[in-house]
Design a protein around this ligand. Structure first.
Ligand code: NAP
Length: 308
C-alpha cells in the first residue's frame, strides 16, 4: 500500500522521513519515482494532470495540500475517488492571525491613514470602539469559526453566514439565501471565508455591496474568484465601501497594471493569509490515514456534489 506525493520536492522528502518513522505501513513515494503505480492508493497534491490521474489505476483517496479544493480539476478524477481537503493547525493559525490583523487594520482606518501619510497630511478622524463595529464572516467552517473565536476578545459585535444553520455562542448566525440580506445589512466589516464553488463564485459583487451599510469595509481571504473586481472598484470609488483588504486575486499573480495595486482604499497581500505548514500538515495527514486504516471517517472529506 503506497501514497504518492506530487509537488514541492523538499516537502516530499521531509514528509517521507516522517512517514518512515510514524506510519511505515504506508510507503511514501515522491513523484516521479512512483514505482509500481498499481500499489498507489493515496495521492497528495496541490494540482493535477490527467496523465498523473490516468496512471494510478487503484487510487482511492486524493488529499489536497491546501484547505481548498477549487484548484483541483475534479472532472478528471474518477467518481469513486474520495477527496479530502487539508485541515491543519498551521493554516488555521495563520488565517486567524490574518483575519484579526485585517479586521483591526480596517476598523482603525489604516488604509486611510496610510494615504494621508503619503500625501503629507495629519488628519485624525473619530475612533470607534470595537463594540461599536459589527463584523460578519461569510463561511462558518474551520476557518470562519476559528476567526470568530479570535475576534471575540476584542469586543466586536459578531455575526456569521453559512449554507446550513449554525449556533455559535456570542455570534448572531444567519443561513442560506434568505439569511444573506439580513446578515449583510448588519456588517460594518465583511470577511469572506467561503470555499469557491459554483454557488459562491462572484458572490462579492455589486448586488452584495449595495446591501452592506454605507462605509462598510470588505476583506477577502478566501479565493480571488469570489470577487468581481470592477464592482468593488466602483463601490470604493462611490464611497459606499470605505476600504478593502484583499489577500487573493484572479488571476494570481495579479498583473502589474491592475488598479488594486495603486487604489488608496485597497490593502493588497499576495495570498499569504492561510499557509499550509510543512511541519504540522504531515501530522494531520498521518492522523487522517490512521483514521482511514481504522475505518473511521476522514477529517475534511469533501462532498463532491456540494463542491466543498
Ligand atoms: P469549510 O470548513 O469547508 O467551511 C466552509 C463554510 O462555508 C461552511 O460554513 C459552509 O456552510 C459555508 N458555505 C459553503 N458554501 C456556501 C454557500 N453557498 N452559501 C453559504 N455558505 C456556504 O472551509 P474552511 O476550511 O473554513 O475554508 C474556507 C475556504 O478558505 C477554503 O475553501 C479556501 O478557499 C479558503 N482558504 C484560503 C486561504 C488563503 O490563503 N487565502 C487559505 C486557506 C483557505 P455549512 O457550514 O452550512 O456547510
Amino acid at each position: 500500500m503506497a501514497l504518492l506525493h506530487s509537488g514541492d520536492e523538499a516537502r516530499g522528502k521531509a514528509w517521507q522521513d516522517v512517514f518512515a518513522r510514524e506510519l511505515p505501513e504506508v510507503e511514501f513515494r515522491c513523484w516521479p519515482d512512483m514505482g509500481d503505480p498499481g500499489d498507489i492508493r493515496y495521492l497528495v497534491a496541490w494540482t493535477l494532470t490527467r496523465e498523473l490521474i490516468d496512471s494510478l489505476p487503484n487510487l482511492e483517496i486524493l488529499f489536497s495540500i491546501g484547505a481548498g479544493i477549487d484548484q483541483l480539476d475534479l472532472s478528471i478524477v474518477p467518481d469513486h475517488v474520495r477527496i479530502v481537503r487539508m485541515i491543519e493547525p498551521g493554516i488555521t493559525t495563520t488565517m486567524t492571525q490574518y483575519v484579526v490583523t485585517a479586521v483591526l487594520a480596517l476598523h482603525r482606518d489604516l488604509p486611510f491613514y496610510l494615504k494621508e501619510q503619503r500625501e503629507g497630511r495629519w488628519s485624525p478622524a473619530r475612533t470607534l470602539l470595537c463594540s461599536e463595529r459589527r463584523v460578519g464572516i461569510m463561511g462558518l467552517g474551520e476557518l470562519g469559526r476559528a476567526s470568530l473565536a479570535a475576534l471575540a476578545p476584542f469586543g466586536f459585535r459578531l455575526r456569521g453566514w453559512s449554507r446550513s444553520a449554525h449556533a455559535i455562542p456570542g455570534v448572531e448566525c444567519f443561513a442560506g439565501a434568505d439569511g444573506l440580506e439580513p446578515f449583510l445589512a448588519g456588517c460594518d466589516v465583511l470577511v469572506c471565508l467561503l470555499p469557491l464553488t459554483a454557488a459562491t463564485r462572484g458572490i462579492l459583487c455589486r448586488d452584495l455591496f449595495e446591501r452592506l451599510p454605507s462605509g462598510a469595509r470588505v476583506i477577502n481571504a478566501a479565493r480571488g474568484g469570489h470577487l468581481v473586481a470592477q464592482d468593488l472598484l466602483d463601490a470604493l470609488d462611490s464611497g459606499h465601501i470605505a476600504a478593502a483588504m484583499l489577500d487573493v486575486a484572479d488571476p494570481e499573480p495579479l498583473p502589474r497594471d491592475h488598479p488594486f495595486y495603486r487604489h488608496p482604499a485597497v490593502f493588497l497581500t499576495p495570498h499569504i493569509s492561510g499557509v499550509t505548514r510543512v511541519e504540522t500538515a504531515v501530522h494531520s495527514l498521518i492522523a487522517n490515514l490512521r483514521r482511514e486504516l481504522s475505518g473511521l471517517p476522514l477529517d475534511g472529506e469533501v462532498d463532491r456534489n456540494r463542491g466543498y
